[in-house]
Design a protein around this ligand. Structure first.
Ligand SMILES: *Cc1c(COP(=O)(O)O)cnc(C)c1O
Length: 696
């Protein structure tokens, strides 16, 4: 039953427990609480030490420890049960419900043991693969193995962000080598690049879906080519172009090599858009179509999801740079180079160069933005190309994978309230009405537990740091040593970049001090987030926040927690009380962390950008700020909101300490956000608007 590609070995694993390795090598376990509990029950302490990485943990267990498990009948029962669930899920291939979709993205947010993501784009891609698996869609993912991971953030005592390598430990990551016919690690040459570049291929199992990762860090490549996929989003434009050629062209070549015949190409953002060129070649050479017919066929079978309303965030390369790589390509196909390059021209800025988003907009008839508001912005931005191609941009608002993001204990509570098979109907708004009946005390206790878990997590991080022997005590305080789990807690965790205005709440420090240090109704704020290594203004914002956090006048009620990633995000979206979001309108295309918070009953407090105009209903969170962002005005509105509504609601308690008004809002948040902003609803829209329209 085991797959021949599985190459990982767990030294002492007995035959009777090989299913543990199978489960560990499929990220299915990350969205099934019972599988997580199974791993935790092996050794709760080690499970924590291994930061919830089952492969790492299993590799550390001795023969004796495994023998003990075999003799533990409770464990064996649970193991057999979970393994049966798993096999059932995997084997239940029961006719897939779509033509095969090749999904390309430069990053995937799946689990902390596989740091191949930088933020929202990656988590969306990860949630899409998981949901495609749950929905029996036939999808295959293509991405990059970044052996150097993304930056691991360390903040110095002056608040400077130091980026350290977060190297992927390949023998502890949930990945498998793809094997060629001779039993060796599969290595392919990327077409077009000269001198030649090679990639090795890894596979990640995401439930029923396979995600293939291309890795250039192999001996066959020259040292500088090994670095092509070393890091996410390099700022060196030449290297970046080569990354994108490897992803788009190399990824397509891999699918061809594996014999995966896909009817649809879905590009998540412009980075992999060269896959469209490869598809054009495919239709011309294999389908014997003319350039015009092949182009039309590419357009009719390709989907492009745009994620940014910022022109500056699109990749633009010099025409000569792109031309250099595609000279032979054009010649072989008999296409005039000028014609090929003109596919990437942005009519509003034709001289700027070859624009990857323009290319994707032009070559995909099916296009979408990621919220209704973003759809309007994107349509404005790309109007000339839309007119030229007689096409439009649809709105498909992002959603989050509920099994991944809803706390496990809350999921069990939902089993009782909504019925054990609620996952089947998770996008049904009516079903969620039953949330109204969740007991207030129970929901509050559950939330408090998540809050304590968050604070303990932060303290453990600090203990590790302190133990290292070179931690500055002032830094420890700024990183949350004085946080108090009984205090109203605002969370702000996202990429630290100007348009998100992370330090908006620090706008009027006098007013903020009064709010935070009120002895009767105190408030605290937890910040987290990385700045891109090339984003200097973003790094200055971190420095600003850190400086304020260190200042004793705020009594340790502001913290900046290092190294935001999948793990910290999970604790924060469950354990804060309020989730703050204040981007400059209209620059947040969607934003998904607020959805993750809301489905856990953490109340969203946001300016009206991204998904919030669709999500806010007056009862499930708060809105503030004008249609045109103004820092001073928006900050003042936020302080008013805190003083007049949020703080009084939080501290109005019954004799048992339960804030009934607050808990009612938590119920409203879960009930309204979970169905509408689930990945299920989103994937159904992709299916109905796009996938189902495309003929095989
Ligand atoms: C969900 C998520 C994001 C994206 O959320 P935004 O609201 O767009 O910031 C970024 N990073 C992590 C770790 C996440 O889990």
């Amino acid at each position: 039953m085991r797959d021949p590609t599985a190459s990982l070995s767990i030294p002492n694993l007995p035959e009777e427990l090989t299913g543990l390795q199978e489960i560990a090598l499929n990220l299915w376990w990350t969205w099934h609480p019972r599988a997580q509990e199974l791993f935790a029950s092996i050794n709760p302490y080690l499970w924590k030490e291994c930061i919830h990485n089952p492969i790492k943990m299993l590799r550390m267990l001795s023969k004796e420890e495994f023998a003990k498990l075999l003799n533990n009948s409770d464990f064996m029962h649970e193991y057999n049960y979970v393994y049966t669930l798993f096999r059932h899920y995997i084997e239940d291939a029961e006719c897939t419900h779509s033509p095969t979709i090749a999904y390309f993205c430069a990053e995937y947010g799946l689990h902390r043991s596989l740091p191949i993501y930088s933020g929202g784009l990656g988590f969306l891609a990860g949630d899409i693969l998981k949901e495609a698996s749950d929905m029996h869609l036939s999808m295959v993912g293509i991405g990059f193995m970044y052996p150097g991971g993304y930056v691991h953030q360390v903040i110095t005592s002056d608040g400077l962000q130091k980026g350290e390598n977060e190297t992927i430990k390949k023998d502890e990551a949930p990945i498998e080598r793809v094997i060629d016919k001779d039993g060796n690690h599969l290595i392919l040459q990327v077409p077009l690049i000269d001198p030649p570049v090679f990639v090795s291929v890894w596979r990640v199992n995401v439930g029923r879906i396979k995600l293939y990762l291309l890795d250039t860090d192999i001996e066959q490549n020259d040292p500088w080519d090994r670095m092509i996929s070393y890091r996410l989003y390099t700022s060196d434009m030449h290297q970046r172009l080569r990354q994108q050629i490897v992803l788009g062209i190399g990824g397509s070549a891999l699918l061809e090599h594996l014999g995966i015949d896909y009817a649809l190409l879905h590009l998540n953002e412009g980075h992999p858009a060269f896959a469209l060129f490869e598809r054009l070649r495919h239709f011309m050479q294999h389908g014997k179509l003319s350039y015009e017919d092949a182009l039309q066929k590419v357009q009719e079978t390709s989907i492009f999801t745009t994620h940014t309303p910022l022109l500056a965030a699109t990749d633009v390369y010099g025409f000569d740079m792109v031309g250099h790589y595609f000279t032979d390509f054009a010649k072989n196909l008999g296409i005039d180079m000028h014609r090929l390059l003109s596919l990437g021209v942005d009519p509003q800025n034709p001289a700027a160069g070859f624009n990857m988003t323009a290319l994707a907009m032009r070559m995909c008839n099916y296009k979408n933005a990621v919220s209704q508001k973003h759809q309007k912005t994107a349509t404005q931005m790309w109007r000339p190309i839309l007119q030229e191609t007689h096409s439009r941009i649809e709105a498909i608002t992002n959603g989050v994978h509920l099994g991944t993001w809803i706390d496990g204990t809350l999921q069990k509570e939902l089993d009782k309230t909504l019925g054990g098979d609620w996952e089947i109907y998770e996008d049904d708004e009516k079903m969620w009405y039953k949330c109204e009946t969740i007991d207030a005390r129970l929901l509050w206790q559950l939330h408090q537990k998540n809050k304590y878990d968050l604070f303990n997590f932060i303290l453990e991080k600090l203990r590790h740091k302190w133990t290292s022997g070179h931690a500055d005590p002032a830094v420890m305080l700024a990183e949350g040593a004085l946080l108090d789990p009984e205090v109203l807690t605002i969370g702000f965790a996202r990429r630290m970049t100007e348009y998100k205005r992370p330090d908006l709440i620090l706008h009027d420090l006098v007013r903020l001090e009064k709010i935070l240090t009120n002895p009767y109704y105190p408030v605290q704020i937890i910040f987290a987030g990385k700045a891109h290594p090339a984003d200097l203004p973003g790094q200055r914002i971190i420095q600003h926040i850190f400086g304020v956090a260190k200042n004793p006048r705020f009594q340790g009620r502001i913290a900046f927690v290092e190294d935001y990633g999948e793990e910290l995000a999970k604790y924060m979206v469950r354990g804060c009380d309020v989730w703050l979001n204040n981007p400059k309108i209209p620059l947040e295309a969607c934003g998904t962390s607020g959805m993750k918070a809301s489905v856990n009953g953490v109340l969203h407090c946001s300016t009206m950008d991204g998904w919030w105009p669709e999500g806010y209903n007056g009862k499930n969170g708060w809105r503030f700020g004008g249609d045109v962002s103004d820092d001073a005005k928006d900050a003042a509105e936020l302080y008013d909101l805190l003083e007049q509504q949020i703080i009084p609601l939080y501290y109005t308690r019954d004799e048992d300490g339960i804030p009934h008004g607050w808990v009612e809002m938590m119920r409203q948040a879960i009930k309204s956000v979970a169905p509408k902003f689930s990945a299920r609803r989103m994937m159904k829209e992709y299916k109905e608007k796009f996938y189902d329209h495309i003929k095989e």
